[in-house]
Write a protein that binds this ligand. Structure first.
Ligand SMILES: NC(=O)c1ccc[n+]([C@@H]2O[C@H](COP(=O)([O-])OP(=O)(O)OC[C@H]3O[C@@H](n4cnc5c(N)ncnc54)[C@H](O)[C@@H]3O)[C@@H](O)[C@H]2O)c1
Length: 304
């Protein structure tokens, strides 16, 4: 699969390295000299080799899958997918899409790495607006698998294709069905940040204790089973019995007692969709979780 990365700073280089490691045909385009781009890419490979992700031979092999150009047409012609990673300026994004769509026509999907712009804004005035979506990575993009796809105006074929491309790059796509500030995960993490700041300002705890409370508690759980599955696992019977068992306070939204059918069904779907390695029933998931905790605790210097 040919994937073009347009803009190759921190985000573009990281994602391009991921794609190349999975054997994709990767082209990097930037306005800066290709030697500078190669330097940025090599820094990412150095970080990953030093962190023990793989050896130098694998890095060299992946680097050989990458080509570098300052010619946009050469980069995007025949591409299956374009990941746009230029600076967060709307005029620049618009002109970049126009140039790409004039070269490629309507066939290519363009996914923007933007953290803060909605697809409806990005696609304003475009030749093929329905082919412009958001594919938002999470920093450090070369390590974290998450990509948030947002494209409420795009067809289901476009969204499916985007998921397929990201999976082929080794990423984990999730779909944000509506245009909301912070998409899914920044708004979740801002909620934790805002509450953490407030707890310090209110004299409830120190900064370090906010962070420790997350690192040695819910952060570990969230890494293995997210938040909704984690909460469901905490009660025998999960969300289906939570309200009856713990009442309005535990359910947090008294007006929705006794049930959250979407959450109950969603947790069951999540369990069924997990990989066999991670477990597809509660017993197996719990065993996997406990093993994972032991490994993370060892890394944190908290082994037994
Ligand atoms: N940095 C983050 O933590 C982060 C996280 C998620 C998403 N994002 C988003 O990713 C995008 C890129 O951010 P970044 O941090 O990699 O920026 P960056 O400044 O590190 O890289 C931008 C790159 O785009 C290049 N560029 C500038 N004009 C160009 C043009 N006309 N055509 C092609 N390339 C051009 C620059 O030379 C540079 O290499 C932004 O939309 C940002 O919001 C950033």
């Amino acid at each position: 699969m040919k994937i073009a990365f347009v803009g190759t700073g921190m985000i573009g280089s990281g994602l391009a390295v991921n794609a190349a490691l999975k054997g994709q045909d990767v082209v990097l385009y930037d306005v800066v000299d290709t030697e500078v781009v190669k330097g940025t890419v090599n820094k990412v490979f150095d970080i990953l080799v030093e962190a023990g992700a793989f050896d130098r031979a694998r890095a060299d092999e992946a680097f050989a899958n990458m080509s570098f150009t300052q010619d946009l047409a050469e980069a995007v012609k025949g591409a299956d997918f374009v990941q746009e990673c230029v600076p967060e300026k709307i005029e620049l994004k618009h002109s970049t899409y126009r140039n790409i769509q004039e070269i490629c026509g309507e066939d290519v999907i363009i996914a923007s790495s933007t953290s803060g712009m909605f697809p409806s804004k990005l696609s304003e005035g475009a030749l093929y607006p329905e082919k412009i979506i958001v594919g938002h990575p999470y920093n450090p993009s070369y390590l974290l698998p998450l990509i948030e796809i947002c494209g409420p105006h795009a067809s289901s074929e476009t969204l499916d294709k985007a998921c397929e491309v990201y999976k082929a790059m080794g990423k984990e796509p999730v779909i944000c069905k509506k245009e909301v500030t912070g998409f899914i995960v920044n708004s979740l993490s801002w909620g934790v940040m805002d509450d953490g700041i407030q707890k310090v300002l209110d004299g409830i705890c120190d900064v370090e204790d906010v962070d420790k409370a997350i690192m040695y508690g819910p952060g570990l759980r969230m890494a293995i089973t997210g938040q909704l599955l984690t909460m469901s696992m905490g009660v025998k019977g999960g969300f289906r019995v939570m309200a009856e068992k713990y009442g309005a306070t535990a359910a947090r939204r008294p007006e929705q007692i006794p049930h959250y059918p979407e959450i109950e069904d969603g947790v069951e779907a999540e369990i069924a969709n997990r990989s066999e390695v991670q477990g597809q029933n509660l017993d197996d998931i719990t065993k996997f979780r406990d093993k994972a905790f032991v490994e993370i605790l060892k890394l944190q210097g908290k082994g037994f």
